[in-house]
Design a protein around this ligand. Sequence first.
Ligand code: ZN
Length: 240
Amino acid sequence: MCINKGGLLKLNFHSSVAVNKMLKHLSQSFSELSVLRRLIFAIVSLPKDLPDLWNIAIKFAAGENVHLSESDVKIAIENLKEMDAAAFSKDSELLAELMKCESGKSSKPLGIVLLSSIQFCRECSKPLLVRKDRPSSIVMYDDILGTVPCTHYHRYCSSRRCDYKQYYGYHTKGGSSEVLYDSDWESLPYFVSSRETAFSNKLLCRINGEILVGQLSFMQCADLYNHLHNYHTPTGEISR
Ligand SMILES: [Zn+2]
């Protein structure tokens, strides 16, 4: 590390020049931006009074074989935090902010974005293109986030003769509206059950366990979901 507290005090903490200088020093010190990102992630995620915090964070960020001085790293990160506290926002806070961004030209919140990673048509193997102007807004039921908005983009085949459309976890072909689920839909984080509704697969897995192991009714599962996310039914009644 080439940064020390004395040197940094000469910098104007609130100028972008100072931040740029700091980042330059840090990039020289950590050699890879990924190390710095992982360091900040660890520092933000772990309690600040955790015993051996800096040693744990350095090992997480740089691995066992990279030796960085704990005191130098601590000084560098604390100075960076002093200059740019927003860089130390929690992932959950950033995600909440990102989900509030407007989606494309519409004024609707982006929410969770669903876009299939499949790049080629299953019918003719031509590349698939993203339909940019027709995202649909649907509702997502997520085990962690609760009920949140969701923007669903689809891809279409680049061949004019092929009427194939790839959605998140399913596809349609030949201009038909018949929904054909992809073989790997269970391995995806989310399941789109209709044009209006999607679920996180973890939530479906939990509901499955509640019904099969806990022998709850679907209504009781819904009550449990509402209770966990502080949603209240109009009557406030709990299903028995
Ligand atoms: Zn095609």
